[in-house]
Design a protein around this ligand. Sequence first.
Ligand code: 9D3
Length: 244
Amino acid sequence: MRCEFISIFPNIFNAYFSESILKRALQKGIIEVKVHNLRDYSTDRHRTVDDYPYGGGSGMVMKPEPLFSAVRSILADGIDTCTIMVTPQGRPFHQDMAVALSKEIRRLLFICGRYEAIDERVREGLVDLEISLGDYVLSGGELPALVIIDSIVRLLPGALGDERSVEEESFSWGILDYPHYTRPKDYEGLKVPAVLLSGNHKEIARWRRKEALKRTLGRRPELLRQVSLSKEDYQLLSEIKEEE
Ligand code: 9D3
């Protein structure tokens, strides 16, 4: 998968692509990454990319010319591209979108904004998909673009190394995770639940599913209405409700 980014802070991307899963995906040739410095597409002496808002108000607006010039020059290689703009007005990001984008055969090109806003004509003229990470204020689109690409790349075949974790993920997907433990059995009096030491794999699976459902019911009850639950799940949920 080809992933490209347009930003005025291209260095932000280096550290993240130099570690862990994204680094390995790059080394294995699963992804190819290019980061474009928006200022390279500005035409004036000061490499200006922003200007005052028409109609007044505070904050600066990203000028259309450098963005149009950047996107057009990137698209000039003829590679089929899905242009994504990350903004707080976009569609709220969700695992379903990560799954859909991981199947995308087109190059993904992320436009990362800074300042107060991006000139509306960029949205109209260049963008296929507009994504938000959620309802909180960040200082720019670079971290959102990295979050989105991270969630996509780990779904690509071969990226994780352990294909089983993707499979397990699809089973538990939509509800919260169960509690995890590692050694020691007793840490300063805090004990690992006995069932996990029992060696009874059926009992362990049942306990984990029940704990996952219990947590979801307690912390994110709305998630339970969005997933399809099995007959066993409903049995576990009624046990949970009786135990309360
Ligand atoms: C306080 C400024 N806001 C006025 C209502 C507008 C605003 C402009 C630019 C808020 C944030 C930003 C920069 N954010 C992003 O580029 C961004 C973002 C975010 O802030 N939150 C969640 N998802 C995203 S995706 C891109």
